[in-house]
Design a protein around this ligand. Structure first.
Ligand SMILES: Cc1cc2nc3c(=O)[nH]c(=O)nc-3n(C[C@H](O)[C@H](O)[C@H](O)COP(=O)(O)OP(=O)(O)OC[C@H]3O[C@@H](n4cnc5c(N)ncnc54)[C@H](O)[C@@H]3O)c2cc1C
Length: 278
């Protein structure tokens, strides 16, 4: 088979299509935009496969079906309440039309350094469930993404779900996402920050996870900046030291949207927003 658009209703109908060389398509917002008006080729649409849908909780993990659209995830009260860091990113992804069509699985497999769901999912230490005719395997998201547009997806394999550990809730837990773009709507991130910080008695940081988008070939987890915060009071002084570490750790490039120097500056500045109001 060499061309055509197929609508399998189940995973078992999907596998033979993939074996014949079909390209999986979820919302098509990246795939079709890349084809720029040319015929889609040999495509297997994932949209009718029920196994790739749904949000459920299993042993401390939220399981997000890969074909959940950004809009459907945003409409899930459990996700909004427990993963506000991800909900905030979904809310500023593209436009309502793009959010209605685009899926979380498609955003991940596109593997853009500016993909909005990626920094929160890195900060949350998310894993992926990858399925193929032979069964399923799990891989940390940070290992799955190998570079801009590059992933470890094997032949005949799809992303079937995103598995997200639910962070502790309560006072002292900050889940923060912020994206800086060149305009308010439909903006591709110039820099984005996802931060998950937990403080204990005396407002001392006991856990910090910082992931930045659009400042390297993949999302950057700033481990030195995280270490700067650990054991310190979450205040301007600690955040300023961590911001300096962030500026050292990121590796941005100059492009049409911003210079590397601007990105480096903003990357550090975004962290300063975590200071509690004085
Ligand atoms: C106007 C416009 C604005 C946009 N703005 C933003 C933005 O602000 N932020 C942002 O992050 N993105 C943005 N995007 C990009 C895009 O909308 C998102 O990346 C979206 O989440 C892609 O999902 P999709 O379901 O449409 O993917 P598709 O286009 O269907 O697929 C993308 C790629 O992933 C593969 N794929 C899809 N699903 C799976 C799966 N489950 N398993 C294996 N492979 C799969 C496809 O083969 C393809 O290679 C924008 C796109 C457009 C057109």
């Amino acid at each position: 088979m060499s061309a055509g658009v197929f609508l399998p209703q189940s995973l078992s109908e999907l596998w033979p299509l993939l074996a014949d060389g079909a390209v999986p398509m979820a919302g098509g917002t990246d795939l079709l935009a890349r084809r720029r008006g040319r015929a889609p080729g040999f495509v297997a649409c994932l949209e009718r496969i029920g196994e790739l849908r749904g949000v459920s909780e299993e042993g401390g993990l939220l399981r997000l079906g890969a074909c959940e659209t950004h809009t459907s995830l945003l409409g899930n009260p459990g996700l909004r309440e427990r993963l506000p860091i991800l909900a905030r990113a979904l809310a500023v992804l593209g436009s309502p039309l793009v959010r209605n069509m685009g899926t979380i699985g498609g955003n991940i497999v596109t593997a853009s350094p500016a993909g909005d769901t990626l920094p929160p999912l890195y900060a949350l230490d998310a894993e992926l469930e990858l399925a193929s005719r032979g069964g399923a395997r799990r891989l940390p998201l940070a290992e799955f993404i190998a570079g801009p547009g590059k992933t470890l997806l094997g032949p005949g394999e799809i992303v079937s779900a995103v598995l997200v550990p639910v962070p502790e809730a309560g006072s002292g837990v900050v889940q923060h996402f912020e994206k800086v773009g060149r305009r308010k709507a439909l903006a591709i991130a110039v820099v984005s920050l996802a931060a998950l910080v937990r403080t204990g008695p005396g407002n001392v940081v006991v856990e910090a996870r910082l992931a930045l988008g659009s400042v390297g070939p993949t999302v950057v987890r700033c481990l030195n900046a995280e270490r700067e915060l650990l054991g310190r009071r979450l205040d301007q002084a600690a955040l300023s030291r961590a911001a300096a570490a962030v500026r050292e750790e990121v590796a941005p490039i100059d492009d049409l949207r911003a210079s590397a120097a601007y990105r480096r500056d903003v990357a550090g500045n975004l962290l300063l927003r975590l200071a509690p109001p004085s």
